[in-house]
Structure formats: C-alpha cells, structure tokens
Design a binder for this molecule. Structure first.
Ligand code: TZP
Ligand code: MG
Length: 220
C-alpha cells in the first residue's frame, strides 16, 4: 500500500494544549486537519480535558472530522477504542498491549503502527510482517511525552534504520520542527510525526505548505 499518509502525521490529545477549553482544542485540531496533514493519531491521555465517557465521544467527533478531510484516523494504545470507533489504524508502543495480541485483535484492514526506540527493538520488529509502519524516536528532545526515552539524534535514527532489513515504512518522531525536515528526509524515512509544532502553529496552513515544499524539494 501507498505510504504517503506518513508524510505529515499529526498526533494530539487535549493534554497537549493546556490553558484551552475542549472546544478550542477541537477547533485547533480541525484547523490542522484542514491545513493538509496526511494522517491523524488520537492520543488522549487521562488528565487531559476528557473523562472516560467523553473520551469515546471525542474520538468519534475527531474520527468523523478526519473522515471529512480524507485523513486516516489512528488511535494510540487503545485497541478497544480503535475497534469501537472504527478507526483506520491502531498505534502501539513497546509497553502497551503486546504487538502479537494487537495483530490478533484487529480486523485485517486496520493499519498497525508500532513504536521503536532502539536498534534491538527495530530488530525484533522485523518478524511482524502484519505491521504497516514503525514510528522511530524520539529523534530530538520532546516535552510532549513525559516518559519518552532519551533523544537519539540523527545518528541514532540512522543506526536504527540500518537494521530495518524488511524495509518497513518509518515515520520519525520527537521534537520535530521545520528546521530539521530536510535532514530527516535525507535519512530515507517516509514521513514525520509531530505534536507541538502543529498545535502551537498560528498558521497551520502555511506550516503544512512549508512542510510539503521542503519534503518535495529535490535540491534540499
Ligand atoms: N512518542 C515519542 S516522542 C512523542 C511521542 C508520542 C511526542 C512528540 O511530540 P512533539 O511535540 O512533536 O515533540
Ligand atoms: Mg503508548
């Protein structure tokens, strides 16, 4: 399948936009979806603006929104929620539901993403042909994920990519801004995943246009 959807992969939860109401948060997510992201991941943590019941309602709302903008909708961690809302994909980390269990629990058409933080995890991931993409990071320091592993830098990313023998599509994540986009593209990853760069953008449209330009500028 085409992996263009990994190019500009936006991830968010209401916890990532402190000091705003839920309505303001949803409005900002919609502006970002409309601006030209290629995938969306619902990563709503407890302690954000939602309780369990409203978390499901929020997921439904954002899934419909993503559908409207023709963007694949992924759910982070929560297989039951992904199934309940009919998500296009599920993304899990190494400490979430074991990947074998995820693979066994979701329908064949649901996309599966897995986080990989080390060379060893990349090696281990090579056996799971059912996986659609791997998220590698954090490449740069991030304040968004409280329990994130140490930033790997470009050299760390390259070392991990070097053992991606099955050539799984890879999306780089962690502290990504426009400034490093060309460098990341040059490593051969299929795209970048980001939270704060977009949530904090005053002009999501210009941000997405710049991202697209840099990504497709062959002279970069
Ligand atoms: N996984 C690794 S880093 C990260 C996640 C979910 C957060 C990325 O957020 P930001 O704001 O783009 O650094
Ligand atoms: Mg997780």
């Amino acid at each position: 399948m085409q992996t263009n959807y990994l190019e500009r992969y936006f991830i968010s939860g209401s916890q990532d936009l402190p000091g705003h109401t839920l309505t303001q948060y949803i409005a900002q997510v919609e502006r970002i979806m409309a601006a030209g992201i290629t995938a969306y991941q619902f990563r709503e943590k407890t302690g954000g603006l939602t309780q369990a019941a409203s978390r499901l309602a929020l997921a439904q709302t954002l899934k419909e929104m993503a559908r409207h903008y023709h963007i694949p909708f992924f759910v982070d961690d929560d297989v039951a929620l992904a199934l309940a809302v009919g998500a296009d994909g599920i993304h899990v980390g190494q400490t979430d539901m074991p990947i074998t269990e995820v693979i066994a629990s979701v329908p064949a058409e649901m996309l599966i993403g897995l986080s990989v933080r080390t060379v060893a995890e990349m090696r281990a991931a090579q056996q799971y042909t059912r996986i659609d993409y791997l998220g590698v990071g954090p490449v740069y320091p991030t304040i968004t994920k409280k329990d994130a592993a140490m930033a790997q830098g470009i050299s760390g990313l390259q070392a991990i990519l070097a053992v991606n023998e099955q050539h799984f599509p890879v999306v780089a994540i962690g502290g990504i801004t426009l400034a490093q986009l060309a460098t990341l593209k040059a490593t051969g990853v299929q795209g970048v995943a980001f939270v704060s760069m977009a949530l904090q953008a005053d002009q999501p449209v210009s941000l997405m246009q710049e991202m697209e330009q840099i990504w497709h500028d062959d002279n970069a």
